[in-house]
Design a protein around this ligand. Structure first.
Ligand code: P53
Length: 476
């Protein structure tokens, strides 16, 4: 093969809560993203008890895509996008999450949005749950620690599969489901699963329980999609940060292997429909008594995904330590800095070769088509008076990653479906809630405090990406 395949899905990726705004429009309910304040690098976003007066909630307005999507899609079309990855805000369809009937105004919004994409030759690629579950499901049910959430998610999934089956072919269930492997921090358990922990609560088994319910819900959704329309393709979505050993010491190698087990077993369940033995042994060693029924196991086995969607921003490194003889991985403690790579202003390690490694790792393990549904460089941009941004650093980052991705396809033979760089238009950062951490080819005039005209303008990378797409990845 000389390059990317015919019909390769070049595009861009976003998530509803990070760009739509309109947090109360069309009958939308409050989501977990609506109760998170703005933070910064080193300053965590606060998760408040409901929406409180006087706090800055950046997702409420975001970049007002809800009202401006036509203009934005026009710009995506100008770049030549073949696809556009976004999510359906669950709270537009089921404002509280536990209703029996969906909200028609929310369904209509996505009909209009998808029609606008299709009109311009852009195929929507849809995530069902991207850090924006109904907040009501947190306060009334405790989030995904409650088995009832499986039914609520399945109802939502069936409604949107049925409604959009002729407009959307590619779906993903839970965005970066494995972020919650980092269960000591508050961010991932809350955004992935609506989990709030009691002080002193043993967090780890709760994380495994919530993840289990999500994996069952995902498998049931895959099965439902096939019943509704066999043409639908449903994937998982994994946050891939490959974990390297700091040195070639055998202990470091074991530590890296175990770290990969603990961060990526989610993929085993999604793809193979069963738990890896190492994890079952670990549950036993730790005495975790999880609610996993025979029916659940049957559902997992029947609902294996069609492809693997994943994000790639950075690689991690780890090392063994004398006080951890079983090489247990704790993401809040076990990671070390890699001396061989540079870091972004937010401390993310920049490692294009790690993308080639990750593509090969997935392909070797699973032999399923792969889809890079996020990759990008969060950076501080300075706009000129006309809104132009000279973001050569972003071009450097992306072109280095696309070059490695090409090697994985051409030299290594992995089956890659497409590439959708993250935040193709500037949006609210998930991790920090900032506007200042920008990823876009399109600049949006808005700052961290919420000031700005919300005007859109093309950055230097806009033309670069347009050329990449037009040449099918030949011109980097
Ligand atoms: P922000 C952590 C590690 C890797 C990806 O992230 C992550 C996170 C969470 O912060 O999230 C994904 O905005 C996620 C997007 C997010 C994007 O990466 O923190 O799927 O919603 O915006 C970039 O810079």
């Amino acid at each position: 093969m000389s390059g990317f395949k015919e019909g390769f899905l070049w595009g861009g990726a976003v998530a509803a809560h990070q760009l739509e705004g309109g947090w109360k429009e069309g009958g939308k309910g409050i989501s977990v993203a609506d109760v998170m304040t703005a933070g910064a690098h080193g300053v965590r976003r606060e998760i408040t008890d409901g929406v409180l007066p006087g706090k800055n909630y950046p997702n409420h307005e975001a970049i007002d895509f809800y009202h401006r999507y036509k203009e934005d899609i026009q710009l995506f079309a100008e770049m030549g996008f073949k696809c556009f990855r976004t999510s359906i805000a669950w709270t537009r369809i089921f404002p509280l999450g536990d209703e029996l009937e969906p909200n028609e105004a929310g369904l209509q919004f996505y009909d209009d949005l998808f029609d606008e994409c299709l009109k311009r030759g852009i195929e929507p690629v849809i995530t069902l749950s991207h850090f924006e579950m109904p907040y009501h499901l947190v306060t009334e049910y405790g989030g995904w620690r409650n088995r009832k959430l499986i039914d609520f998610f399945l109802r939502f999934s069936k409604v949107v599969f049925t409604r959009y089956q002729h407009k959307v072919k590619y779906w993903m269930t839970f965005n970066e489901i494995n972020n919650q492997a980092n269960y000591h921090e508050d961010f991932a358990p809350f955004t992935n699963s609506g989990l709030k922990y009691q002080p002193g609560e043993d967090r780890e088994p709760v994380m495994y329980q919530a993840s289990h319910y999500e994996l069952v819900a995902s498998a049931l959704a895959v099965r439902a999609a096939r019943e509704i329309n066999p043409a639908l393709q449903v994937g998982c979505m994994i946050a891939m940060c490959p974990i390297y050993p700091l040195t070639c010491a055998p202990g470091d190698m074991m530590m890296a292997m175990n770290a990969m087990h603990r961060r990526y077993w989610f993929t085993d369940v999604h793809v193979r429909g069963k738990y890896p033995q190492h994890l079952l042994n670990y549950f036993e060693r730790r005495g975790f008594d999880l609610d996993i029924t025979d029916e659940d196991l049957a559902a997992l086995a029947e609902g294996c995904v069609d492809y693997i969607g994943f994000s790639y921003y950075m690689s991690f490194a780890t090392k063994a330590s004398a006080d951890n003889p079983q090489f247990d991985y704790d993401e809040s403690k076990s990671l070390v800095s890699n001396p061989y790579v540079q870091k972004s202003d937010w401390g993310w390690q920049i490692d294009p070769v790690g993308l080639r490694y990750s593509l090969n790792w997935f392909w070797d393990h699973y032999q399923l088509p792969l889809f890079i549904v996020e990759n990008g460089f969060g950076a501080i941009d300075v706009a000129q008076n006309d809104g132009f941004v000279d973001d050569q650093y972003r071009i450097d980052y992306l072109s280095a990653h696309v070059a490695e991705m090409k090697k994985a396809v051409v030299e290594d033979g992995v089956d890659l479906m497409g590439y959708t760089p993250w935040g193709c238009i500037d949006l609210v950062s998930a991790g920090t809630g900032e506007m200042k951490k920008r990823y876009g080819f399109i600049y949006v005039d808005k700052d961290n405090e919420g000031n700005g005209s919300l005007n859109r303008s093309r950055k230097k990378s806009f033309q670069w990406y347009k050329d990449v797409i037009a040449s099918n990845g030949e011109k980097l």
